[in-house]
Design a protein around this ligand. Sequence first.
Ligand code: 5GP
Ligand code: MN
Length: 355
Amino acid sequence: MYCSICRIFGFLIMDKLIDSEKAKELRRLIEMSERIVLTCHVRPDGDAIGSTLGLWHLLKTLGKDATVVVPDKAPAVLSFLPGFKEIAVYTCHGEFCESVVRESDLIICCDFNTPSRQDALAPLIQSAHSRKVLIDHHREPDAFADLMISYPDMSSTCELVFRLIASMGFYADVNLDCATSLLTGIVTDTRNFTVNCKHPDLYEILMHLLEKGVDKEKIVKESLNTKTYWGLKLEAFAISERMKVFQNHRCALITLSREDLERYHYERGDTEGLVNRPLEIKGITYSIFMREDPDCVKVSARSCDDFPVSEICKDLYGGGGHLQAAGGEFHGTLDECREKLVRAMSDYDKYLKQE
Ligand code: 5GP
Ligand code: MN
């Protein structure tokens, strides 16, 4: 009895963080829609795939015709997720994606704050006549959806989705597949509860997901601690041969050229997590990783001590993200990308904590 009162009380606390009017409106939109599309950002990560698949499983339980449509392929490490094979990838199944988007009544946009984060899929989503909902945790979202559910303080979009589900009164409809998807996003965005996880409620959500039967150990192993043979070799090479430490700026920079990547048989997802590694060096406050992709230099940044790498990504690489985890793109050579950072580095010393 005491326990169930605690749990009910717990839910009340969780609900307080979500605007109940927004949850009510989302429930209304879901109930009045039959064909629902769930979509996310390009180069989707665990939170993007976890939040869309999590909602997909919920909507299926509710009897809806739902489809996850993503801009490009998700990393293979996420293939353990239930429903992964059902995901429609725009770069592979363009015509199918076009028809489901055009025939949908509702599009739910997860884990991105501006249409350009969807690359080539953006025009299709933006021109669709369906109602749109944004569910996201990035700062300063563009107002492109009819219903904007933006909570930048949350650890992950998956955390937000769980809270919304509870607020909408659908907690009983969360099955094991939904719970597994949602915990994956929380685990990947918090790196297994090591960053961005100060809010005590997050552990209550973990408890509820465990009660649904999720296998947390498997999720951590599959989504964070699994690499290909070449992926592990590439990581070791990058740290040993391609990392430069700028001690005065407490910065570490890793760059990988096309040639480096080819030498190690690079496949999408192989450098996942690499940017975090230099933060293990005592005295390093932020880490930047630049990878020479076919279309651009992809920049990833991570920090500790609230150092705003999002500012660097915004100012220098037209990107953004969170204070301690951000990214951007550079159109030019890898050397130019590196030089741009090195030249600007001292501008950001003001954010370093006094020792
Ligand atoms: P990652 O380094 O894992 O690619 O991304 C880290 C964070 O930065 C994520 O929250 C992601 O949404 C954001 N991010 C990554 N790349 C970009 C980008 O090109 N533009 C913007 N605005 N955000 C990005
Ligand atoms: Mn996220």
